[in-house]
Ligand binder design. Structure first.
Ligand code: KG4
Ligand code: ZN
Length: 414
């Protein structure tokens, strides 16, 4: 049984309990010697409570995750105090499960890494205070993690990808294109000027009431759109990609969402149904929206690749594009990106879906990367705060726009 619990102050002021009380809650495996560095990663930035223990070579020794998706689907979006409460209820169990599964005793950990930015303040707070207690109890170094940096570096746990490489991160809360030059050395080439693609897909799915669709009721918005789109005709509606004349690598999705809302309203009128009922044309709308998003993301990424090659920021012959984040698990969008990477002679790499969405493994791996590089490993956590907003790297998106890269038109036959 874990000693740490809500009433023991894990979530408020640091506990005065002694380390051995916490350690007692784990099984020990005496005699087993870990030669590699071991990091416990903890993620609570949004709506997943996740933890994992990963070693230096990329072995995942133990992991656990509690997803809040079903709860938030019912409330029609993430309600931060609800997310906070669910993190509070689950963090202890999830961390214990991950550590127990790893068969590592907490004393063998080299460090604890936790997402501290960016994300929902109330959610980040739970992970940070829990982690700081652990850090103090176990007397381990602490590695604060940038959630998007972790998404970007996940690929290096799986593949031998050298710096520099280009990364496209597309999720429910983020949308960015960046050049990764080192573990904590990023150039931001482009970002969404409004909402993220996952957020847009979630809103469209909600507006289409896909939660009531028998095949989609437990799926996230984006997954539901991908599923339904397979049954629809993308040419049924002509939805134009946004920012067609913009010369930069920025993105926009809210205009697309409004256009889709209008189509849905029109169709509801035509089909004589109320808001909240499922349209007979829902699959066509899903297919058209998914196609437009895929084309938009592909075009902006194409521009970023050409910019990097023109400036010799990426290898001419051996460039790598990594795509990650929840939306990267969408196979249609991946195919659109494959068209771009084959036209530009790049290698496209995507982590498997379970590592594209939020997880503890990516946080632990980012901890390993930072430990190996010797950057951002704290032995004193005084003054450490979470940061709900935090850009990734140095923003050169204006320079990208000024370069006005001409992006050749590609046939998007997906
Ligand atoms: O990375 P993630 O788990 O959380 C953050 O936003 O950081 O991404 C979740 C987002 C949600 O908006 C969800 O609708 C979207 O990823 N998503 C998808 C798919 N699976 C999840 N979007 C498109 N296609 C999918 N298959
Ligand atoms: Zn994420």
């Amino acid at each position: 049984m874990l000693i740490l619990n809500k009433t023991a102050g894990v979530f408020s002021k640091p506990s005065r309990r002694k380390p051995y009380e916490f350690l007692r809650s784990f099984n020990f495996y005496p005699g087993k010697l870990f030669l590699h560095k071991l990091v416990l990663g903890i993620e609570t930035s949004c709506d997943d409570t996740a933890a994992a223990v990963v070693d230096e070579t990329g072995n995942v020794l133990g992991e656990a995750i509690h997803s809040q998706t079903e709860v938030h689907l019912k409330t029609g979006g993430i309600v931060p105090p609800v997310a906070q409460q669910l993190h509070r209820e689950n963090i202890q169990r999830i961390v214990q499960e991950a550590v127990s599964a790893s068969k590592v005793s907490p004393s063998e950990l080299s460090a604890i890494a936790t997402t501290v930015k960016p994300g929902l303040a109330l959610s980040l707070g739970v992970g940070l205070s829990f982690s700081l207690q652990l850090v103090h109890q176990l007397k381990k170094p602490f590695i604060p993690i940038h959630h998007m940096e972790a998404h970007a570096l996940t690929i290096r746990l799986l593949n031998k990808v050298e710096f520099p490489f280009l990364v496209l991160l597309i999720s429910g809360g983020h949308c960015l294109l960046a050049l990764v030059r080192g573990v904590s050395d990023f150039l931001l080439l482009g970002k969404s000027l409004d909402i993220a693609p996952g957020d847009m897909l979630d809103k469209v799915a909600r507006r289409l009431s896909l939660i009531k669709h028998p095949e989609c009721s437990t799926m996230s918005g984006g997954k539901a759109i991908e599923h339904l789109a397979k049954q629809g005709n993308k040419l049924h509606f002509d939805i134009k990609p946004p920012m067609q004349r913009a010369k930069n690598c920025d993105f926009s999705f809210s205009g697309l969402q409004h256009v889709t809302d209008k189509i849905i309203m029109q169709k509801e009128k035509e089909e004589g149904i109320q808001k909240g009922q499922i349209l007979s044309s829902a699959a066509h709308i899903a297919a058209a929206v998914q196609h437009t998003i895929a084309c938009h993301i592909a075009k902006r990424t194409h521009g970023a690749i050409l910019f990097c090659k023109q400036r010799h920021l990426l290898s001419q012959s051996n460039a790598v594009l990594v795509v990650s984040g929840g939306v990267a698990s969408n196979l249609y969008i991946r195919k659109a990106l494959e068209i771009v990477t084959s036209a530009t002679k790049c290698t496209l790499l995507c982590p498997p879906p379970r590592l594209c969405t939020d997880n503890g493994i990516m946080i632990a791996w980012n901890g390993i990367e930072r430990l190996r590089a010797g950057v951002g490993v704290l032995h004193n956590t005084e003054g450490i705060r979470y940061e709900p907003k935090c850009p990734l790297g140095v923003d050169i998106s204006e320079e990208v726009g000024e370069a006005a890269i001409k992006v050749p038109r590609l046939k998007m036959e997906i």
